[in-house]
Design a protein around this ligand. Structure first.
Ligand SMILES: NC(=O)c1ccc[n+]([C@@H]2O[C@H](COP(=O)([O-])OP(=O)(O)OC[C@H]3O[C@@H](n4cnc5c(N)ncnc54)[C@H](O)[C@@H]3O)[C@@H](O)[C@H]2O)c1
Length: 280
């Protein structure tokens, strides 16, 4: 774990290591502010940057976090020439775009974590409403990591049963709306952004890559014509394996879903344009 505040990184790494005996693992975790210790990393997860405060949108963080993410990418590449990078810092879609452009890495090696978290929130809300386990809920969600994200009820099932057979339209729509502002709900409760579900979601991406599981997850990736979107990073279903993004899955969206994705991509492009205008 690297942090500009070395005490913070060292303390957290020590705290994680001290639960090794309880949680049955043997890997020594280390904290530092010295990038040379990260040499030859296969995967780098970047979470550096300011979190939101109540009343802030993720986009309010562009300038500060773009500088932080760019400097982290530069430092990482000094010691690890071809890593797979997973971005967590917000505004997620724009930070993923910035990291991709700064790094010069192949598009398959730079991705953002948002879709797994947003889907996990959606699954937890559905599980409560239906009275089942979140484990049985399969769902996919697309678009930017913001209020324009596009949950897809047509691709939501509970142990193989279409969700629409278990929940009426009003309840489902209320859950979709709550999911869209799911991050904000937590920021309002705690005064800062969430960490358990985001951490688990990023870990699931790392696991699929390290173990070459080829799992399908919604992830923020650079699109070059897929879904009719060019030169933008937004959330779409991808296969994650040992090379990073093994492929983008192009679903046959209906008109309403297409319109939702277009609106979301437009919102992300506006923030990317604001980032570009900063000339960083
Ligand atoms: N993608 C998602 O779904 C998601 C979910 C939760 C949080 N986030 C985002 O993740 C980021 C981190 O959130 P957090 O709650 O962990 O914040 P935090 O304030 O707890 O931690 C951020 C850390 O970044 C460090 N840092 C700042 N500048 C740095 C630099 N140049 N190099 C190295 N480290 C640096 C700080 O010292 C701090 O320890 C925020 O941007 C937040 O919005 C994203």
């Amino acid at each position: 774990m690297v942090d500009i505040n070395p005490g913070n990184a060292k303390g957290r790494a020590l705290d994680i290591w001290q639960q090794a005996g309880v949680n049955n693992f043997s890997t020594r975790t280390l904290g530092t502010d010295d990038y040379s210790l990260t040499a030859n990393s296969d995967i780098v997860v970047i979470t550096a940057g300011l979190p939101r405060k109540p009343g802030m949108s993720r986009d309010d963080l562009i300038s500060t976090n773009a500088k932080i993410v760019s400097s982290v990418v530069e430092n990482i590449l000094k010691y690890s020439p071809d890593p797979i990078i997973i971005i967590v810092s917000n505004p997620l879609d724009v930070m993923t775009y910035a990291a991709f452009k700064k790094s010069g890495l192949k598009a398959s090696r730079v991705m953002g974590m948002a879709g797994i978290l947003d889907t996990a929130r959606y699954r937890s809300f559905l599980a409560e409403a239906i009275g089942t386990s979140p484990k049985d809920i399969q769902a996919i969600l697309m678009g930017g990591h913001g209020d324009t994200m596009v949950p897809l009820p047509r691709y939501t099932t509970v142990a193989g049963i279409p969700v629409t057979e278990l929940l009426d339209a009003d309840k489902l729509n209320a859950i979709i709306e709550r999911t869209k502002v799911g991050g904000g709900e937590l920021v309002n409760l705690m005064g800062t952004s969430a960490w358990y579900a985001p951490g688990s979601s990023a870990a699931q991406m790392v696991q699929s890559i390290v173990r070459n599981e080829n799992r399908i997850f919604p992830c923020c990736v650079y699109l070059d014509g897929e879904y009719g979107i060019n030169d933008l990073c937004v959330g779409v279903p991808v296969v994650l394996g040992k090379n990073g993004v093994e492929r983008v899955i192009e679903l046959q969206l209906n008109e309403e879903e297409k319109a939702g994705l277009e609106t979301s991509a437009k919102a992300v492009r506006e923030v990317v344009d604001a980032y570009k205008a900063l000339g960083l």
